[in-house]
Design a protein around this ligand. Structure first.
Ligand code: NAD
Length: 321
């Protein structure tokens, strides 16, 4: 069995590897070659922790396994990240455990890769302004990956806690792009691509604020009750997702579905666009929206890549079990 410790992973996996792994598994999901098993998420009644599993099997990439982890709100006081996860991979032919891989950094890069895949396949080619809603841990990963998909000339941002906006300014500076903190009205009026990555439980971005032709990647909503955009915006947009079952239950579309504004038949898999089975954006005026709920197969895809890279670099720890 191989162990790939968390600390070696940032130096092993680059954005291109992560992007390619996530794009491939979204395509496999849409072809029916890969599927996610039901998600388990439990309040364990100890340390205020939420704990669970996301798992699946990709027959094309031969990734079988699970990501186990959750949220421990007391961790920050101990100098640890609140979100903790580990990925377990199994041999699809024998069921033997193949690898244990640190899942914290991989979660950030696979989430950024998902919005980037949506930008690459759905945003207007002439997109110039990137709008960021959210300035937490994930936002930096999102921005670095997104700017590789189009020739952006400027980043603008809004956050519920304005004191956190310096993170977006710093990352934009590192990327050589000007950054401006703006109101939500200004953000919607200027941005060609919008990424929302917050832990909000109420709509932030309203339908009337978004201009025609915008692509929006809603990445923060991964739990029942969370919401980042007004349901009317979902109803107005052409909607794509990683997995429809998650989108309508724990993703951004849960509210528009519950309010009867859309049906699940109006949501398309991003994998269908990747595979050429769906045209994706069909006009420059269309608003496209990607509901990135975060599926276990994304974790397995990047963990499989990390194991291969760790073996090649000598960073993999091998033990007999
Ligand atoms: P974080 O705690 O570092 O940052 C939280 C962000 O949400 C900050 O921008 C904060 O200002 C904002 N926020 C907090 N309370 C808010 C409120 N009431 N209204 C509006 N905004 C508020 O978190 P993070 O690690 O950056 O993760 C952000 C979100 O992304 C979380 O909801 C997390 O669960 C989700 N997430 C999704 C995926 C996926 O695959 N879709 C993967 C990882 C994380």
């Amino acid at each position: 069995m191989i162990i790939v410790p968390e600390k070696v992973i940032p130096n092993l996996i680059d954005r291109a590897t992560s992007y390619n792994a996530v794009e491939a598994v979204f395509g496999a999901m849409s072809r029916g070659d890969a599927y996610n098993f039901p998600v388990i998420r439990e309040d364990i009644g100890y340390a205020d922790a939420l704990y669970g599993f996301k798992s699946g099997f990709d027959k094309a990439g031969l990734s079988l396994g699970l990501k186990s982890g959750g949220y421990w709100p007391g961790n920050e006081a101990k100098g640890l990240t609140n979100h903790q996860s580990s990925i377990f991979l199994f041999n699809a032919d024998t069921g033997q455990v193949k690898a244990i891989v640190g899942g914290n950094y991989l979660t950030a890069v696979r989430t950024a890769a998902a919005s980037s895949v949506s930008i690459q396949h759905l945003a207007r080619k002439d997109s110039k302004v990137l709008g960021m809603i959210g300035a937490g841990h994930q936002s930096a990963f999102q921005m670095r990956s997104a700017v590789e998909q189009r020739d952006f000339v400027k980043v603008i941002g809004w956050n519920y806690h304005p004191e956190m906006l310096s993170r977006l300014a710093d990352v934009a500076d590192e990327l050589g792009l000007p950054f401006e903190a703006v109101s939500l009205d200004e953000l919607g009026a200027q941005a060609d691509v919008i990424i929302s990555i917050t832990s909000s439980f109420a709509p932030i971005l309203m339908a009337a604020q978004v201009k025609a032709g915008t692509h929006i990647a809603c990445m923060g909503t991964d739990t029942k009750g969370k919401q980042e955009v007004e349901s009317a915006l979902i109803a107005k947009a052409t909607v794509f997702t990683d997995e429809i079952a998650q989108s309508i239950t724990i993703g951004e579309c849960q509210h528009a579905i519950a309010e009867g504004l859309i049906t699940d038949g109006q949501i398309s898999e991003i994998g269908a666009v990747i595979n050429g089975d769906h045209a994706g954006r069909t006009s420059d005026d269309e608003i496209t929206l990607f509901d990135g709920t975060g599926v276990g197969l994304q974790d397995l895809a990047v963990a499989t890549a990390a194991v291969e890279l760790a073996i090649a670099s000598g960073d993999a720890i091998e033990i007999d079990v």
